[in-house]
Design a protein around this ligand. Structure first.
Ligand code: HEC
Length: 174
């Protein structure tokens, strides 16, 4: 009897901690809903790039972001955005980082000199292999943060639209 009371008191004590983050995950998935499509790129109601994942098929940007992430970010941020002892789990960070903030962190970098550590996020503002694919990276990590993209390489993806090919060619060539 007293054990049962203790357990329910514990459950009540934990409830206020657990529910805001659950509510946020739902809110985020809601906000990420694609309302518009422009040349294979999906946009949410705020006009920020977002993912579209249906029956295991991901949009082109989520797929491309997966590849770019694993060529330029995963050495520090871990496989599938799960983090490492050196750098935070972006699959968590993106629950709280919006599109403009993401762009500025990746372009300018960041340095944490607290706690006697010196963990450095490099600036990628002059690295075409990253800045030509910022939307791809954002869309992929957003999908990971919302729990919409599972770990690993997405098995099926939409074709790369001509608009995406053109944008890539002009960014990489310019
Ligand atoms: C050399 C290691 C390294 C690489 C490569 C790297 N990062 Fe980072 N990143 C870090 C570190 C360390 C931090 C934490 C810095 C701090 O605490 O201020 C960080 C922080 C971030 C943050 C802020 C996270 C938060 O919770 O505030 C974002 C977003 C981010 N990185 C995105 C990227 C992306 C996208 C890439 C690939 C294009 C990338 N990083 C590549 C080391 C790296």
């Amino acid at each position: 009897m007293s054990v049962r009371i203790a357990i329910s008191v514990l459950a009540l004590a934990l409830l206020p901690l657990a529910s805001p983050s659950l509510a946020r995950a739902e809110d985020n998935a809601d906000k990420a809903k694609a309302v518009k499509e422009e040349g294979g790129k999906y946009l949410d109601a705020d006009g920020s790039p977002t993912y579209k994942i249906e029956n295991g098929t991901v949009d082109w940007y989520t797929f491309s972001g997966y590849r770019r992430y694993h060529s330029d970010c995963h050495v520090c941020h871990g496989q599938d955005g799960t983090g490492s002892s050196y750098a935070p789990a972006l699959a968590n960070s993106l629950k709280n980082i919006d599109y403009p903030t993401f762009l500025s962190i990746v372009a300018q970098g960041r340095k944490n000199t607290g706690n006697g550590k010196e963990n450095v996020m490099p600036a990628f503002g002059d690295n075409k292999n990253v800045y030509c694919y910022l939307d791809d990276l954002y869309v992929y990590l957003r999908a990971r943060a919302d729990g919409a993209a599972p770990r690993g390489r997405p098995p099926k993806h939409e074709d790369k639209a001509k608009a995406a090919k053109d944008a890539e060619a002009s960014c990489m060539g310019g």
